[in-house]
Design a protein around this ligand. Sequence first.
Ligand code: MLT
Length: 245
Amino acid sequence: MKLFVYHTPEQTPTGQAPDCAIAVDVLRATSTIATVLSAGGEAVQVFSDLEQLIAVSETWPAQKRLRAGERGGAKVAGFELGNSPLDCTPELVEGRRLFISTTNGTRALKRIEDSPTVLTAAFINRAAVVNYLVEKQPETVWIVGSGWEGSFSLEDTACAGAIAHGVVEQSHLPPEDVAGNDEVISAIALYSQWQKDLLGLFHHASHGKRLVRLDCHEDLKYCSQTDVLAVLPTQQEPGIFKSKS
Ligand code: MLT
């Protein structure tokens, strides 16, 4: 197995697909997806376009759907939810499909949707992703940070490093044996430096600061937990994620 870390979706090679692609948007799309599926949501369906989300969700029974829209960290007017994982309680989401569009996370998922296996990862479900990789041993794995509008996001690359670190630890292999590009080694180094203070890392991150300005302190705390949900969000058909736990 060779792991490749890409800081943003734009950095992934064009015209190629790995055996397994993993999207990471710690703050907050992939934390929200893991939370919804862990809380009993029927599925999460992702859209890069808000109009398309509305059109497709209109074909779904109203009592079986929830619509979440986020732009620039804030909730989009007219949607029931923004992108806070803390709003996704079992009481609200159980048995319902979440239709969601976010600024960067859902765009990253679009970029990798043609891979045979597509997963989503955040710190909260990191162990489930690592266990899957160690057990299934896909030959090539891309871990793709969502970034922010095309630029690097500290928290996504740290989470990519947490996944690579977990694979190295469980496989008892030196990092250079699993690293397909230099970004893997730097992501592991970033995670190793901050693993005991991920919340502190989020406060250095530009999107972490944006969420603090929007009073989303509790979201930051929640998303900084590691390995607390045993859920593996897995693409079933393009854009539709269900739980494999
Ligand atoms: C995104 O997709 O850019 C994020 O998930 C933004 C957010 O924090 O809601």
